[in-house]
Design a binder for this molecule. Structure first.
Ligand SMILES: [Zn+2]
Length: 290
């Protein structure tokens, strides 16, 4: 046996020994799993939420991926106070009435939207992905929270997010939300589906009516958001990702006390507290009816 053959044999034995050790390790791991699971259960990942042990104050401690929730400097929501008046262009939007799935995520009630609805900001089109609700509102106006807030979440082709925020105050019954409110899924994980036509053929889910104070829908297409605050912020839930364009309409929409109570009976206190502006620009269009 020459030196090369000895070396090869040696390597072979080395590999065989290594493989045996790997197999033994796997066997030990398999047999030890029951025990290991019970030991690690106390350190399992805690799902984020809004309670003391998993709420906004500790989101960043629940996962390294959530570090921006503590360290981000462009976070949302914010208090909408002392905005700088500016000539902001109306934002064209085209929301289509359609079938939708309504899901109780455990954190909110979220309505998933099929493709076809969009807004256009600075010449870029953002597709409407979903809208959901917070109670009470996340944004405040001069320190004042509203009963609820709806977030219409959009995404551009390059992955940038733009969220339209609608503040909701107590007032008249809001018929635009009837199709959703009659299908509110009460149990976390539950999904309800709304079909877009009723038996008489009329459309029943039309997001245009939801984001339109005073039910002012014209035949003009696309419609436009003209009175709004805007600033650069973040997701208001983990992972608190930044570079989100925020457009919060200055005129709140109304819902009846019964409608607000029906939502809060299922989801409530799912609002992140306001975050520091940290030198960011908060703009409002000139002449917005504050
Ligand atoms: Zn939201």
């Amino acid at each position: 046996m020459d030196n090369y053959a000895k070396l090869t044999l040696g390597r072979g034995l080395y590999h065989i020994t290594n493989s045996l050790m790997s197999i033994m390790c796997v066997l030990m791991c398999i047999t030890g799993c029951g025990k290991a699971r019970s030991v690690t259960s106390t350190t399992e990942k805690i799902e984020w939420g809004y309670a003391a042990e998993n709420g906004p104050d500790v989101w960043a401690q629940l996962s390294p991926e959530y570090f921006l929730c503590a360290e981000g400097k462009h976070q949302s929501p914010i208090d909408l106070v002392n905005p700088t008046p500016a000539e902001l262009p109306p934002i064209p939007y085209d929301y289509r009435p359609t079938s939708m799935n309504i899901r109780n995520t455990g954190h909110t009630i979220e309505v998933a939207c099929p493709e076809g609805s969009w807004i256009e900001v600075d010449g870029t089109r953002y597709q409407l992905l979903q809208f959901h609700f917070h109670a009470p509102s996340e944004h405040t106006v001069v320190g004042k929270p509203f009963e609820m807030e709806a977030h219409f979440v959009h995404k551009s082709e390059d992955g940038t997010l733009a969220v339209v925020g609608l503040l909701i105050e107590s007032g008249r019954h809001n018929f635009a939300f009837d199709p959703i409110w009659s299908h509110l899924p009460a149990v976390p994980g539950e999904t309800q589906r709304i079909e877009n036509v009723t038996e008489d053929g009329s459309l029943i889910v039309d997001p245009r009516f939801m984001c339109s104070p005073n039910d002012q829908i014209t035949d003009e297409s696309p419609s436009r958001f003209s009175d709004y605050y805007c600033y650069d912020g973040s997701l208001t839930t983990p992972p608190c990702s930044e570079s989100v364009k925020w457009i919060v309409l200055t005129t709140p929409i109304e819902m009846s006390e019964a409608q607000i109570a029906a939502f809060k009976a299922i989801i409530h206190d799912n609002n992140r507290p306001v975050q520091p502006l940290n030198g960011r620009k908060l703009l409002v269009n000139v002449g917005a009816n504050e």
